[in-house]
Ligand binder design. Structure first.
Ligand code: GRF
Length: 199
């Protein structure tokens, strides 16, 4: 059975776009379907990309709302939607603990740095400013804290030849796009196999 995924974004949506494409005709085909692309920002450029690819979109604006109000609206929406997995792809809000509890081990995030070394924003800037030879992109489950959830996999990117932050980001994003879908495939396939074995 195909798993149902919801993708959460706040901006550009380049990871989202690759995931949708890979569901359409590549490594995620037959494994899952994208129920919706959700954004907390109505002007997130990724929303238009999702629509152009024939994917439903949903916006609940976080701006101008109390955090608790927004969190409750999002919880109610996701609870009703009931996806198998929630995929964060540049979603810039902290996931509230009630959503984490409701979807334990089913919320996945990609972080542009090693979560053991750097949490929060600006992962590529952090690697560049610290003159690192390489950085490790991390795909992990989301728990109640920021970027502390169980690691699914890390992939090292050599950035020693990058002279600007733009080059670091460009090189890193290219890896993210491939890597994120590979990790999703691994998760979706593992669960798939387990549920088959259990009948
Ligand atoms: C990526 O670098 C991702 O690792 C981080 O936010 C950025 C999102 O980029 N969590 P995009 O919106 O997928 O282009």
């Amino acid at each position: 059975m195909k798993k149902k995924i919801a993708i959460l974004i706040s901006g550009r949506g380049s990871n989202m776009k690759t995931i949708i494409k890979n569901v359409e005709d590549s490594i995620l085909k037959e494994l899952c379907e994208v129920m919706v692309v959700f954004s907390n920002k109505k002007d997130a450029p990724g929303l238009e990309i999702a629509k152009s690819l024939g994917i439903s979109t949903k916006v609940i604006e976080s701006k101008g709302k109390k955090r608790s109000t927004y969190n409750k609206l999002l919880f109610d929406y996701l609870d009703e939607l009931n996806p198998d997995y929630i995929i964060l792809a540049g979603y810039m809000k902290i996931i509230s603990s009630d959503v984490v509890q409701r979807f334990r081990n089913r919320i996945i995030n990609i972080h542009p740095a090693d979560t053991a070394l750097h949490q929060g924003l600006h992962g590529y800037e952090w690697a560049f400013e610290n003159k690192m030879e390489s950085t490790k992109i991390t795909v992990h489950f989301v728990d109640e804290e920021l970027d502390t959830g169980k690691v699914i996999a890390k992939r090292e990117v050599d950035i020693s030849d990058c002279g600007t932050i733009e080059e670091v980001e460009q090189k890193g994003l290219k890896v993210e796009h491939q890597f994120y879908s590979e990790c999703l495939k691994k998760i979706l396939t593992t669960e798939h196999t387990e549920s088959t074995e259990n009948g």
